[in-house]
Design a protein around this ligand. Structure first.
Ligand SMILES: Nc1ncnc2c1ncn2[C@@H]1O[C@H](COP(=O)(O)OP(=O)(O)OP(=O)(O)O)[C@@H](O)[C@H]1O
Ligand SMILES: [Mg+2]
Length: 357
């Protein structure tokens, strides 16, 4: 990405510290996701009653919706120590063996981005999850022997943004899968209220609504926007943030009323004006906005498609009438062959591994 974007940027270290501070510690403080929360709380309660470690839990869903937070909450609620690692960090089965063999009884092992683990490690994990046992292979070639090693019972919490990429055998070994959904504006208001309390910020109800509405259904973005609004209020010496102040602050950071940032709007504007609404191929569109196709596809597109502003057809990306309305442009008359361009959801038009599941 050429420039850091407010809604999709990598975070500054200081920001990450604040993010950690804003993380709910208990299930009660975790806003929204009522279904997952209810089911998870039952799983945890049952295991407490049985006096056993909880079943393995898989958490899936888009970035920033609370997977890591929930993993920490699970350990907290179980009063168990938490070990954190991630798929990309486990490239050899030996890496996983080292982690597994050092777990203590009842420990919660959180594996983030579990879909990115190597194949041999994955196979070792199958046995560990099911039988609490691993085979440590010693030696090479014909002389190699497998030494079985018993593991203490533990709870694996896996997180993935791409549940579709998990092999079936791995998915099946989780006793419970929680799929996190985007949050409603009302839920995000609650997230923001809690964060504002922790940050000692005075915000009116309408101020919360304003920020929540621009947060793309994502608590991480909501909290990030709140911090930018906080900066703005500090510099402008405003001690109570209302809708107007929140709106002005976020306008300044180029996050619009729908939560689109500059990249999103550039992509949409190029599509609508330079290419007459499309269809246009991804790489052409990316060149037009001076970005990598990968950035356009993974950073801008999912939200534009989700909001119904962009469509994906077999012949390329198109701008929907909603896009023109949002950009304040006149909606063009339908093209003569428009009805032949069937709309596809995200991920269905290209044999491309980088698409959403
Ligand atoms: N339900 C929630 N209630 C309150 N705050 C939340 C909730 N979910 C997430 N957050 C906040 O959003 C931030 C991001 O959440 P988290 O790190 O758990 O997301 P994630 O799903 O693990 O994202 P990624 O896929 O990028 O790892 C956290 O700092 C947390 O404070
Ligand atoms: Mg995470």
């Amino acid at each position: 990405m050429a420039e850091p974007s407010l809604v999709a940027s990598q975070e500054e270290p200081e920001e990450r510290v604040i993010e950690a501070a804003l993380r709910p510690k208990f299930l009660d403080e975790f806003v929204g996701q009522a279904r997952v929360r209810r089911q998870l709380s039952l799983v945890l309660e049952a295991s407490r009653l049985r006096g056993r470690t909880a079943d393995h839990v898989l958490l899936s869903g888009p970035p920033g919706l609370g997977k890591t937070t929930l993993a920490m909450i699970i350990a907290g609620e179980m009063n168990a120590p938490l070990r954190i690692s991630s798929g990309p960090a486990i490239q050899h089965a030996g890496d996983l063996a080292a982690i597994l063999s050092s777990l203590s009884e009842g420990e919660v092992l959180f594996l983030d981005e579990i879909h990115r683990m190597s194949r041999p490690a994955e196979e070792m994990l199958y046995m560990a999850m099911e039988d609490f046992r691993v085979d440590i292979v010693v030696g090479k070639g014909a002389g190699a022997t497998a030494i079985p090693l018993d593991l203490p019972p533990f709870t694996l919490v896996g997180a993935t943004t791409r549940a579709g990429l998990l092999p079936g055998p791995l998915r099946d070994r989780f006793g419970f899968t929680g799929h996190l959904e985007f949050y409603s504006v009302e839920e995000l208001e609650l997230v923001l209220r809690r964060s504002a309390g922790l940050l000692d910020l005075r915000v009116t109800s309408a101020g919360f609504t304003e920020v929540a509405g621009r947060s793309r259904g994502t608590p991480r973005i909501a909290n990030r926007l709140l911090r930018r609004v906080r900066d703005w209020a500090l510099v402008h010496q405003i001690d109570q943030i209302d809708a107007r102040a929140a709106g002005a602050a976020l306008d300044m950071y180029e996050v619009d009323a729908k939560g689109l940032d500059r990249l999103d709007r550039n992509v949409l504007t190029a599509l609508a004006t330079k290419f007459g609404g499309g269809p246009v191929g991804l790489s052409t569109l990316a060149i037009a906005v001076g970005e990598e196709p990968e950035t356009v596809e993974t950073v801008a597109e999912p939200y534009l498609v989700r909001e119904g502003l962009m469509g994906r057809t077999p012949r390329g990306r198109i701008a929907t009438p909603l896009a023109y309305e949002h950009l304040g442009l006149p909606v063009p008359a339908p093209a003569p062959f428009a009805e032949s361009a069937t709309l596809f959801g995200p991920g269905s038009d290209e044999p491309d591994e980088s698409l959403e599941e």
